[in-house]
Design a binder for this molecule. Sequence first.
Ligand code: KG4
Ligand code: ZN
Length: 339
Amino acid sequence: MRVLGIESSCDETGIAIYDDKEGLLADSLFSQVKTHQAYGGVVPELASRDHVRHIVSLLDEALREASLKVTDLDAIAYTAGPGLVGALLTGATFAKSLAFSLGVPALAIHHLEAHVLVSMLNATLLKFPFIALLVSGGHTQLILAHGLGQYELLGDTLDDAVGEAFDKCAKLMGFPYPGGAELAKCADEFNALHKSLLHFPRPMTDRPGLDFSFSGLKTHVLTTWQASKQDHEARGLIAASFQDAVVDTLLIKCQRAIKQTGIHNLVVAGGVGANRALRARLGALLEEMNGAVFFPKPEYCTDNGAMVAFTGYLHLLAGEKDESLGIDVRPRWPLSVVE
Ligand code: KG4
Ligand code: ZN
């Protein structure tokens, strides 16, 4: 059984093919970072147009890589939400038209579910139930994954997402867009010098609960930066102190979620999951707690078609399909109502 996965929810067009016996056969990606760089953020209309421009050639590339014809595909999975409406519509229209023309099922996939489940692609030891820490540019959530399509929201951000806080702090300190990964790299370089850090707030850790808030920490970074010499040394010190506060905050909440649920398997998902400090510290925490932590490969932390193809395969296996002829995307779609 071969499932094509199409991701187009934001600024990456991803097309991949998952085979139930051989695993991932192809994985093509086009990132629009350069298109949006000049504007310092994603421009939705430009994103939609760029998906249109690349989707057909990416499909051709994926089929070539897998040595398959389009008629060899058994199902077409696509990201139906959440995301930018125009960008989602591009992928959904393409996917449903393709599925209809081939006479195969289409599968409407939740973008965040795909982020959460992609770790199962390589980690055969990972089974439900598990806790997922979803840390991306748009979301910061702790989720209890009971089973396929059964997700309980344990905690959410009240304002900025972690990735967004990384990107905004990066921008205010002059890192090029999108900045989060650059800021993290700068922080790691500063940490390698073993100098002491500034103590930044660990938001909402002094009260019970699993919610997050990062906008106050971002303001703290802004005022510290403005009061500093704004040179290379200050950039490194503030980046490292910010990263340390974020990682500490995420660790405290993960530890709380594990104690609260008694579930010791933790999956990290989303772009910030590529953060090296977070990976190292969570690895040590779970070892200490006799648990296990699962990270996607760095290339599957950010948006990709592989996570959609694999999640589509799991839903197809569960007997689901999207048989309507309409194109129905859901720009705002809570993960707790996947089914
Ligand atoms: O999951 P993703 O591709 O996008 C959404 O679906 O939102 O995540 C992108 C986010 C960006 O905010 C980016 O700055 C952040 O992930 N990011 C990182 C790192 N690499 C990417 N944040 C911290 N450390 C990194 N190494
Ligand atoms: Zn994403």
